[in-house]
Design a protein around this ligand. Structure first.
Ligand code: BDR
Ligand code: CA
Length: 314
């Protein structure tokens, strides 16, 4: 059955690839894209979403603006990874279709209304800070029944963080929102750094996808060339983790991934460990498991899928 999703994102180079993968897949129907402040300001992330959908000529996809800042903290952006615009790259600038605009309805209201409107339960796919999702749950907790699963990119269960030694960026930015989602009782799947660092893009993969030679694959290559610079420097390797598309690949083919249902809670306040996803892998706390934490991926299958889907786009 085709999965109905809301892609809640902060594009972002890897968010852009997630959008393209979801737009291409016949197994997924995008009900809408909701934007949040994260990698860049909300102004930029919503503009970037318009650019991405314009480039792939999918201006039928509706885009909604959500929260410009986390629940309690000030916004921290990731210009060090994605550039000031959130989608810096070499090559031609992307032009937004003149008649393509952000929807008037707020992202939070859109999420709530869409949950109630659809007969089939829907999948929420956050690939940025979890602010919009937490605000939706706070505003109308009855949507819990309508959500089949939340598959989110965030966290570092058993590995190092990437914004601090303890924390992954999305969770660090809004740890309070993450705890609201983690304690919602909704079925959750966490695609954290544990797994996304097993789905690495390198020059060979970029070149192979570029050979598809459609707009989407050339855009993918331009994005990855920029995005790889930061990772090459930080990790001293040619391998860059392709975080956000893991969420979409999981929805298309769960068999690419493996994980374990455990309890995850987030540190909200500590200066040293804010945003740490405290993961009870061994079950030592006896807290009820609330989240399937994915730790393994078959990268070959992932990139075969990605290339096949990007080839279907314009
Ligand atoms: C996450 O942070 C952002 O920079 C990426 O888009 C991804 O969602 C990885 O930590
Ligand atoms: Ca993201």
């Amino acid at each position: 059955m085709v999965k109905k999703i809301i892609l809640d994102c902060d594009p972002g180079h890897d968010d852009a690839v997630a959008i393209m993968l979801a737009a291409a897949s016949n197994d997924i129907q995008i009900l809408g894209i909701t934007c949040v402040g994260g990698n860049a300001t909300l102004e930029n992330t919503k503009l970037n979403a318009l650019k991405i959908c314009s480039l792939i000529e999918r201006t039928d996809i509706k885009i909604y603006a959500g929260s410009s800042k986390p629940l309690k903290y000030d916004l921290i952006t990731a210009a060090h990874v994605h550039g000031k615009s959130g989608l810096d790259k070499d090559g031609d600038p992307i032009v937004v279709d003149a008649s393509y605009n952000i929807q008037k309805e707020n992202a939070v209201d859109f999420i709530i209304n869409e949950c109630h409107k659809n007969i089939d339960p829907i999948y929420l796919c956050p690939t940025g800070p979890l602010t919009n999702i937490a605000l939706s749950l706070q505003k109308d907790s009855s949507i819990k029944e309508k959500i089949k699963e939340i598959v989110f990119m965030g966290g570092a269960a058993l590995c190092l963080g990437n914004i601090t030694p303890s924390a992954e960026f999305n969770i660090y930015v809004d740890p309070h929102a993450a705890n609201i989602v983690l304690n919602s009782g909704i079925p959750l799947t966490m695609m954290g750094l544990d797994v996304t660092h097993k789905v690495n893009v390198n020059n060979e993969i970029i070149e192979n996808i570029k050979k598809i030679n459609n707009k989407a694959s050339i855009f993918f290559a331009e994005l990855m060339e920029y995005y790889s610079r930061f990772h090459r420097e930080l990790y001293a390797t040619d391998e860059s983790p392709l975080h956000d598309p893991c969420v979409i690949a999981y929805l298309i083919n769960e068999d690419i991934f493996n994980g374990k249902l455990v309890n995850v809670q987030v540190e909200e306040n500590s200066e040293l460990t804010r945003g740490k996803t405290v993961t009870d892998w061994l079950g030592v706390t006896k807290r009820k498991p609330n989240c399937k934490v994915i730790t393994e991926a078959n990268a070959k299958q992932f990139f075969t899928l990605l290339a096949k889907e990007l080839a279907k786009l314009i």
